[in-house]
Design a protein around this ligand. Sequence first.
Ligand code: ATP
Length: 628
Amino acid sequence: MARSSPAQAELAQERLPRAALNRENLRQTFALARYIRPYRARFFSGLTTLFISAALGLAFPLLAGSLIDSALHPGVATVPLLGALSLNQVALLLAASVTMQALASFNSALSFNRVGQSALADLRRDCYGRLISLPMAFFAQRRVGELTSRISTDVAQIEGALIDALPQICRQTVFLLGGITMIALTSGRLTAVMLGTLPLLIAAAVFFGRRLRGFARETQDQLAATNTIVEETLQAIASVKAFANESFELGRYERANARVLAAALSAARWRAVFVAFFIVALFGGIVIVLWFGAGLLQSGGISPGQLTRFVLYTTFVAGAMGQAAELFSQLQKTVGATQRVRELLREPTEIAVGSPDAPDAAAGPTPARLRGEVAFEAVSFRYPSRPDVAVLHDITLNARAGERIALVGPSGAGKSTLTALLLRFYAPESGRLLLDGRDARDYPLHWLRGQMAIVPQDVLLFGGTIAENIVYGRPGADDAAIREAARLANADEFISGFPEGYATLVGDRGIQLSGGQRQRIAIARAILKDPAILILDEATSSLDSESERLVQVALERLMAGRTTFIVAHRLATIRTADRIAVLEAGRVVELGNHAELSAKPDGLYRRLSSLQFGQTEQLAADGGMIPP
Ligand code: ATP
């Protein structure tokens, strides 16, 4: 299957949503709140204790001021609502309030984390579930790195917002509004002074927020690009080494890395300016309040305790404003991340795109098993990712149950594409695919694929044990069935030869096994699945004669009694095929068995097979030929 070109991937990166905080975006973000619903009791408990803790935090300057006044003026009413309290009583009250604040904060932190982590685990599961059920066309247009980043980076961003930013926003809002109210309650003039600077602060916060957001997004995008390079090179590490392209790859990485650094440093500059600004705003605010407050104190307008309150509340208010920019940018990043995640969750799945996964009632009930009759009726096709190139033209091809059909033809003729249509990875653009005389779309998709098995050209195993890799053909099969399948696939012997037998780990993608061993495991997997229709994409690379024989015998056992489509490279399988379809540029140009096609003078098959025969005769002469 063709992969998307780097240019396409860059385009996809370009198209990443830039989230503005408008109503529609926020509405979309809150649509994800349904992930919190199952945990709402704990969420509201967290929210309640958060507000309690913030309120107690707000009471702190009040009590601290009272402490000073009760020391200076014993017996005078110093604590609002409670009247005159002694120094020790106020201290006790302060201690109690701090303790309660700690307890409330503990509960809210724990609750938000629990709710957040649980909701995000659900979200990750849904993203992954959606991702693997998307149609093949989706994957042809995107890079793996970009998709994995949706599950990791974007969800992590949402996590940060839910667990850190949301509680912070609530807390800081309480501090901001509460602080201003408390100051206003005691001195209108001081409040006026403080609020006079507010528009300036807000404008600055918005300005810095924008800048920081831009750079943060740039850094994020560049970082994603470096991750893609790492992923791609690790996936193809053997090619990287074989071509001795380490330095080329390192160069590519270095350039991408330099872009990350540049973006991060620009962000750092703005952040530093912002920090400096924050210091000025915070301490400047305090100085102004102190100055006015000290004047008031001098003229007897307020008490020392009240001045203390003012100063403390001012730090609260200034702190809240300082955080606003950061929180604002966090919120914007989160909206961007939620958009990408929501986009993914809204992508129509394969089932939705192709046909309903429920059998069409008019077509009759789904049988227990397919007999294996396959008919391509005037099928034409082009890949959705390359709509201007017609890959298959008007293909008509029949297979009766149990027949072997070999597909041969030059590279790029459309052989693999035909098998992809059979697996319903894609739907024909025109024409029909019939299975047991019924339109393939009238069968439930998963059931249908359950009736087929593929032994691919490059067998990539999953990184678990051999037994796990075989059981992939029929999850839940018992050990005896796994062994039997391995025996039929001529794999039992080499597997039992390993010290750990079936529990042997195959290494990442099976690299600890030889090509022939991997193929036999793939065959065992297919045998275990017991499909009605089999797709064999023969390996082009030849195995040594003994492996070749073992694989061939295993394949014969696997093919017995099943309709088989063979993307053929081996002479043996072509010879015994009931029919050979010769494809050229997306058309069936010749159709018949080996003898018929060989008899055609100037036929493409004759030309292709004379090439093969030549090779094989050579092989036979070397003693490597296996009898068909
Ligand atoms: P080979 O023997 O080399 O595997 P093939 O006969 O199996 O070749 P296909 O893989 O079916 O050929 O490819 C047929 C044509 O479709 C080729 O021109 C190929 O470039 C194109 N093609 C294959 N996969 C895709 C895809 N996912 N998106 C767009 N075009 C594709």
